[in-house]
Design a protein around this ligand. Sequence first.
Ligand SMILES: C[S@@+](CC[C@H](N)C(=O)[O-])C[C@H]1O[C@@H](n2cnc3c(N)ncnc32)[C@H](O)[C@@H]1O
Length: 176
Amino acid sequence: MTVGPIDRLEPVEAALSTETGTGIDMPTEQVEKANGLAADKGFHNLTFREGYIEDLPFGDASFDAVISNGVINLSAEKGQVFEEAERVLKPGGRLPLCDIVSEKQLPASIKTDADLWAACIGGAEQVDSYVSHVESAGFDLVDIDENTEYEFTSERAANACQKYGIKSITLSAAKR
Ligand SMILES: C[S@@+](CC[C@H](N)C(=O)[O-])C[C@H]1O[C@@H](n2cnc3c(N)ncnc32)[C@H](O)[C@@H]1O
């Protein structure tokens, strides 16, 4: 299962060409966009439908892997997101994801700023707490790496990133 559209998932294109997958996104427009991109790229085994990452519209133990790129930081209920991922995975299922986290706890002034939240900054969880949510949901952490080439473009975002160590990570975990 994939969470979010697929316009920046080149590294998994080979897998998507052969594997069967189901994706979700919230608004109809994004679901239509994702289905259009999947069709354009020839991912005929991949379909998207509407849903929330906090309340996945799938049964228990439905998938071998749950993947996500830049979406979980947008949720205010990250613990619930990882619990849902764990629920829909088969035993031993994999959770490879990319997301935005912070080295330092963000102040309320940033967390409550709608523009910074939409820019994937306001919802960036302090990395230790993020990993703790993953493990508490029933995963073993396999690997975590910083994506050093990732850059925020606006000056305001860049300033917040420097001050609080906001960064992109790739994380891999496995269901216990
Ligand atoms: C920053 S984009 C992700 C980019 C995309 N994964 C990619 O690789 O290009 C965030 C996406 O997550 C979706 N989204 C945000 N919060 C969500 C939620 N709670 N449940 C489902 N989808 C959500 C948004 O509609 C949007 O399409």
